[in-house]
Design a protein around this ligand. Structure first.
Ligand code: P1T
Length: 384
């Protein structure tokens, strides 16, 4: 794209990077290259595309856009967020050790413990709000510190720079799951991370209509390893899914600002409600990670969690009584969603040390009018 003056800002890059008008037709929007294969002029002579598991032009556009938003050199798109995290762990070997937060997404815990332990990978889960706990469980075999911030579902804020310094001193890689913040809210590579992963199913896609994942890296050697794995294992997204994420990306800046404004108002409302025991939102000044979030993030995001007084029963009653907030897994779409993690997104943690509070509700605050959202919560909480 044409340089304006210096590097274009985030919102501009979201609309243009990787997405110039189509050189053959002038189409303003990147076409959906719905093809599995490509004509070759002579054996092995082609225009950079030979088979769509290896590369596809719609996917390339998305990968360039993702790298630009995270300010990294290379982007890779995957069939889901879990496929992206799995690709990162493919950089490790049997006997290696991973450290992850004690409040990590349930699916990530399941991958590390129930899949990868069988392949000889060991994992430890610690409270990463205290970096000394990470230091304490470091082993000579520790090869990856996997950070998630804000965490899912307690919205803990983890210090990417401090954790990266500890990991780097021991020769371990640092990956940050940036799904909750989105690249608009936080750019982990700036704070010293080696890899950024996303479930682009969430804020980047933004419309709850696609499952997709991404990894962004600066280092060429890591990119080569991931690119090999992407092609060898083949958990790649189809061109239409890439196109949907590209379309979502164009508006991620304006959406994130509205998600955050609505979430701040919802968090303040919940904090003053007698039926709510505790609210977790990094934008609240009494959140333990507020000062760090203000430093590390450019926007506190759209996720709010709270504990309802009366435990599981009361929480389930509220979750069943909302009308606008849709009871559903996932997050990051324009519509507001409500989740009861203990029985839904984090049910796979039941019986593990990472089990979540049965009275916890997680809200993905959408971009509807905030007055309507608060009125909906008000009528539902009246039934708690
Ligand atoms: O669903 P998928 O696109 O595979 O992404 C997995 C994933 C990875 N990382 C984080 C932080 C996530 O929240 C998720 C998916 N999470 C949900 C579906 C959820 O409701 O929490």
């Amino acid at each position: 794209m044409r340089a304006v003056s210096g590097r274009p800002r985030f919102e501009t890059r979201a609309i243009h990077d990787g997405q110039p008008p189509d050189p053959t037709t002038g189409a303003v929007i990147v076409p959906i290259y719905q093809t599995s294969t490509y004509a070759q002029e002579a054996p092995g002579r082609h225009r950079g595309y030979d088979y769509s598991r290896t590369a596809n032009p719609t996917r390339t556009a998305l990968e360039v856009a993702l790298a630009s938003l995270e300010e990294g050199a290379h982007g890779l798109a995957f069939a889901s967020g879990m496929a992206a995290i799995s690709a990162v762990t493919s950089l490790l070997n049997p006997g290696d050790h991973v450290i992850a937060p004690d409040d990590v997404y349930g699916g990530t815990y399941r991958l590390l413990v129930r899949v990868l332990e069988r392949y000889g990978l060991q994992s430890s889960f610690v409270d990463m709000t205290r970096p000394e706990q990470v230091e304490a469980v470091m082993r000579p075999q520790t090869r990856l510190v996997l950070i998630e911030t804000p965490t899912n579902p307690y919205l803990k804020i983890l210090d990417i720079a401090a954790l990266s310094t500890i990991a780097r001193a021991r020769g371990a890689l640092v990956a940050v799951d940036n799904t909750f913040a989105s690249p608009y809210g936080q750019q982990p590579l700036r704070w010293g991370a080696d890899l950024v992963v996303h479930s682009t199913t969430k804020y980047l896609g933004g419309h709850s209509d696609v499952v997709n994942g991404a990894v962004v890296v600066d280092r060429d050697d890591l990119h080569a390893g991931l690119r090999f794995h992407q092609n060898a294992v083949g958990a790649v997204p189809g061109p239409f899914d890439c196109w949907l994420v590209l379309r979502g990306i164009k508006t991620v800046g304006v959406r994130m600002r509205q998600h955050a404004a609505n979430a701040a108002a919802v968090a303040a409302y919940l904090a003053s409600h007698p039926r709510i025991e505790r609210v977790f939102y990094p934008g609240l000044s009494d959140h333990p990670g507020h000062a760090l979030a203000a430093r590390q993030m450019t926007c506190f995001g759209g996720m709010v969690s709270c504990v309802v007084r009366g435990g599981a029963e009361a929480a389930v009653r509220v979750a069943s009584a909302t009308r606008l907030f849709i009871l559903a897994e996932s997050l990051g779409g324009v519509e507001s969603l409500l989740d009861h993690p203990a029985s839904m997104t984090h049910a796979s943690l039941a019986g593990s040390p990472l089990q979540v509070d049965a009275g916890l509700l997680r809200l993905s605050v959408g971009i509807e009018h905030v007055d309507d959202l608060i009125a909906d919560l008000d009528q539902a909480l009246a039934r708690a």
